[in-house]
Design a protein around this ligand. Structure first.
Ligand code: HT7
Ligand code: ZN
Length: 876
């Protein structure tokens, strides 16, 4: 397909005011009768034909104002239906299409999951239900009538409020009518029909309106939906309190389905979820699962205002709803749980996924300017970096200035299909500032690099920070302009307390934030009587790669004393990362490994600090991942050497910190029944992090503890952590533990996913054969995205040594899996292929094998646009 360009945007020629859908559900021949009230757009091109999108539709009839259209009055192509020379006035089109939901393996449009009917319309799925101007700037009011066999689909749901339901006289069928009064783009359309159980509750909004809440799940699973309901109610309250956003329909429904391409979907009043992000019980879900459910329930709910009431003008503006809504869900989780720990895990995610994307061939701006396949732009850059950009706005403007901008955005653009420019103008206008340079964050791809050095002048009692910013070239962007970088910092005095920060122009560094705007800049602080240690980019105030002249001793000092918890964590990680880079080089050249003494000192102090949150200590104990190290090395990467270096470090930490680790493990034993709250989860996290280190390298006492932990666990967090410790470190105990786990949970697909993912991550040469074998296991299915992501996705994305095997067999396996999947579900195939995103940074042998695998995919005739796009950009 031809690339779509932001610069080619034109308003639609025809608008749709109302849509009446009559959907007769049938397993293989669902009939959709759509009545569209259209009118020419005064801002469109005069005299235009009506061009509607369509994909894999069977057209049965089409009528204009009640009169069937002659065959010469319209034309269809593979992707469009065009009504030629229509009267240039308001008119009605009635279009009848038939689709086969049971054959829909792409899981876009109307499809079936465990027998139920459901839809996924974002980004371009509505055109797989009926012909329509399937673009987000066409907003219409929808009324949906659904009809089905009562036996097959007793539950019938659509967007908006229920209007009417009943039997279809003289048949075994029934119907329901739903009306959504809020104009919306077609991507927010949804319907569901099926045999589902539900839990109900209600919520009273700030202005006293009662909202009926329902969560629908597969029969027999209602007991696992309670946490999601609780999270939903907390989200509704939080959005009122923090952003003044109130819910706007009489009902809010969530449906959990087992087959879903992504995490969840914010359809107006009818969110549809991957059941992984709804269902939880202590026996089947880990603390991380509970936290994800809370965050994703909140995320989809928050879209009601940021995405639905204010939507996107076009798909280039995706970050307008996604980056902003991720920011909002991050803030919600920070308020519900520990803010520093949430920030640490968000930054880990950003660095682990977005930084590599920004450094490789798939790099793109937060707001791309061109795409070939929009499904490939639901990326860490649009979501996570998009959220960082909103966070920087808040850092720049302060709490009040940010809220003023958001209030203006909601006031000014309610009901609009808006742009990033509209969004930024609200913050600029509400605060009387110019955000022109800041807007570069949306346009320039790549991770900025800040090099910072500090110079203390004892005599002048000044401290000067020299800052150099650079932004590397990225695909299509050889030259870059300097960005606005809000650099939060503190100057930590020898006693561990922050020194006052007065700049030499007499101003205080506002809210502790320096504004870096030029390629080179110096900031001079006065009245600095003692040599400070600079704590830079506090709270990760800007998504940059920062290097500084801090010494290892400075970092140990910050790890002990920094008042900013994020930087306290980050100081130890920086020491560990530097160690691992050096140790990796030593392994490759046969030199002695460096000493981990500084890290032992920092982590020892952290472990023994009783004032620290256990969840924070757990994060500190988790050393940088193999891909963190690969990213730091950046070039000529040997994953085996990194793995060995990391294992050696973990073994050394285990030995050096054993008494402290054992003490913390014992002190954090459970005191009562499992509860998923943050404090209890934090205690488990610390205990499990201690166990994970104690067993590193398979020491006998560590493994004995892991076996007991596995045997005694009364919840999935503990059971699964112990299982993974055994799987990674105890080849002798592994198979028995894996078999016991499978036997216990074989009927629970979401738990089986954990079992598949764990096996795919074992860093041993036998893993590829194991994974290959598991593709033939009865629990595995190429048709279910969760199974594929758990097994093949984990192998490609979370097993650096085996995916990048020196003999190329890992690359070949994943390329074969992509080709296998492409005919069935191109979106899932394309995401899997994106695991090759860092292939150019590998050492020459592995780089060549990755390239061969990519070229083999590229050469396959009939690739989907999804896979075709990823493979061609990967090779560019
Ligand atoms: N807005 C939702 C995106 C989404 C999606 C996109 C493409 C294909 C399938 C999809 N399912 C959901 C999810 C969100 O960010 O809230
Ligand atoms: Zn979203």
């Amino acid at each position: 397909p031809q690339p779509v360009r932001l610069s080619d945007y034109r308003p639609p020629d025809w608008l749709v005011d109302t849509v009446h859908l009559d959907v007769r559900l049938h397993p293989t021949a669902t009939r959709i009768l759509a009545r569209l009230a259209l009118r020419p757009n005064p801002e469109g091109r005069e005299g235009s034909p009506i061009v509607l999108d369509g994909d894999e539709l069977s057209l049965k009839s089409i009528a204009l104002d009640g009169t069937p259209l002659a065959g010469s009055a319209y034309v269809t192509t593979a992707g469009t239906l065009t009504v030629l020379a229509p009267p240039q006035r308001a008119l009605t089109l009635e279009i009848e299409t038939v689709v086969d939901p049971s054959a829909n393996t792409k899981l876009m449009g109307l499809y079936r999951s465990s027998g139920a009917y459901c839809t996924q319309c974002e980004a371009e799925g509505f055109r797989r239900i009926t012909y329509f101007p399937d673009r987000p700037d066409v907003l219409a009011v929808y009324t949906t009538r659904i009809e089905a066999e009562r036996e097959e689909a007793p539950v019938l749901l659509a967007n908006g409020n229920p209007v009417e339901s009943g039997a279809v006289e003289g048949t075994s069928r029934h119907y329901a009518i739903w009306h959504d009064p809020w104009p919306k783009p077609s991507y927010l359309f949804a319907l569901v029909g099926g045999r589902l159980d539900r839990i109900t509750d209600h919520f009273v909004t700030a202005t006293g309106k009662k909202v009926e809440l329902g969560i629908y799940v597969e029969p027999g699973k209602t007991e696992r939906a309670g946490y999601a309901m609780d999270a939903l109610k907390r989200s509704m309250r939080w959005d009122e309190e923090v952003f003044g956003c109130e819910y706007d329909l009489d009902v809010f429904n969530i449906v959990a389905v087992a087959d879903f391409n992504m995490g969840a979907m914010e359809n107006k009043g009818l969110n549809i979820f991957n059941d992984k992000y709804v269902l939880a019980s202590p026996e089947t879900a880990t603390d991380a699962d509970y936290a994800n459910i809370e965050g994703i329930i909140a995320h989809e709910y928050f879209h009601n205002w940021t995405g639905n009431r204010i939507t996107c003008r076009d798909w280039f503006q995706l970050c307008l709803k996604e980056g902003l809504t991720v920011f909002r869900d991050q803030e919600f989780s920070s308020d519900q749980r520990s803010r520093p720990v949430k920030r640490i895990s968000d930054v880990r995610l950003l660095k682990g996924h977005q930084f590599p994307e920004d450094a490789g061939p798939l790099a793109h701006p937060v707001r791309p300017s061109t795409y070939r396949e929009i499904n490939n732009f639901y990326t860490a850059t649009v979501y996570e970096k998009g959220a960082e950009v909103v966070r920087m706005l808040k850092t720049l403007l302060g709490e009040e200035g940010f809220r003023a901008g958001m209030d203006l955005y909601f006031d000014r653009h309610d009901g609009d299909a808006a742009t990033v420019e509209d969004f930024l103008a609200c913050f600029a206008d509400a605060n009387g500032i110019d955000l022109t340079q800041f807007a570069l964050w949306y346009a320039q791809s790549g991770t900025p690099h800040l090099a910072v050095s500090g110079h203390w002048d004892a005599q002048a009692r000044t401290y000067r920070l020299d800052v150099v910013q650079t932004l590397p070239p990225t695909p299509g962007q050889p030259e870059k302009q300097p960005m606005v970088i809000p650099l939060a910092l503190g100057l930590v005095g020898p006693d561990g307390n922050d020194l006052p920060m007065r700049l030499d122009d007499g101003t205080n560094a506002e809210r502790g934030v320096l504004l870096v705007t030029r390629p080179r800049q110096s900031f001079v602080f006065r009245d600095v009587a003692e040599r400070p240690v600079a704590s830079l980019n506090r709270g990760f105030s800007a998504p940059v790669k920062l290097t500084s002249d801090l010494t290892t001793q400075d970092l140990v000092f910050l790890a002990r004393h920094d008042a900013d918890p994020f930087n306290r964590f980050d100081a130890a990680q920086t020491i560990a990362l530097a160690h691992l880079v050096e140790a990796t080089a030593a392994r490759r050249t046969g030199r002695d490994l460096p000493s981990p003494a500084a890290l032992v000192e920092a982590l020892g102090a952290t472990l023994s600090d009783a004032t620290l949150d256990p969840a924070f200590i757990a994060q500190a104990l988790s050393v940088p991942s193999e891909s963190d190290v690969a990213r730091e090395i950046a070039d000529d990467v040997d994953p085996d050497a990194i793995h060995d270096a990391r294992q050696a470090l973990r073994r050394a930490l285990s030995a050096a910190l054993r008494p402290a680790l054992e003490g913390a493990y014992d002190r954090h034993a459970p005191t009562g029944a499992y509860a998923p709250d943050a404090a209890s989860a934090g205690r488990r996290a610390l205990r499990n992090a201690c166990l994970d280190l104690l067993a590193a390298g398979g020491t006998a006492p560590g493994l004995a503890r892991a076996l007991a932990h596995f045997r005694d666990a009364d919840n999935m967090t503990d059971r699964f952590l112990a299982l993974s410790v055994l799987a990674h470190n105890a080849p002798d105990a592994r198979e028995e533990a894996l078999a016991a786990f499978y036997e216990r949970f074989r009927d629970d697909p979401l738990v089986v996913d954990k079992w598949l993912a764990l096996q795919a991550q074992i860093a041993e040469p036998g893993t590829l054969e194991r994974v290959r074998g598991l593709t033939g296991h009865p629990a595995f299915s190429w048709g279910n995205p969760n199974r594929v992501r758990s097994l093949v996705g984990s192998f490609a994305g979370a097993n650096q040594t085996q995916f990048n095997r020196a003999d190329g067999a890992g690359h070949d396996f994943v390329a074969d899996a992509v080709l296998e999947l492409d005919g069935r579900n191109p979106q899932v195939a394309a995401r899997l292929l994106a695991a090759f995103k860092s292939w150019r940074s590998l050492e020459p042998g592995r780089r060549a094998s990755a390239e061969r695998a990519l070229r083999r995919v590229a050469a396959k005739p009939g690739l989907s646009p999804d896979v075709g796009d990823i493979v061609s950009r990967s090779l560019e």
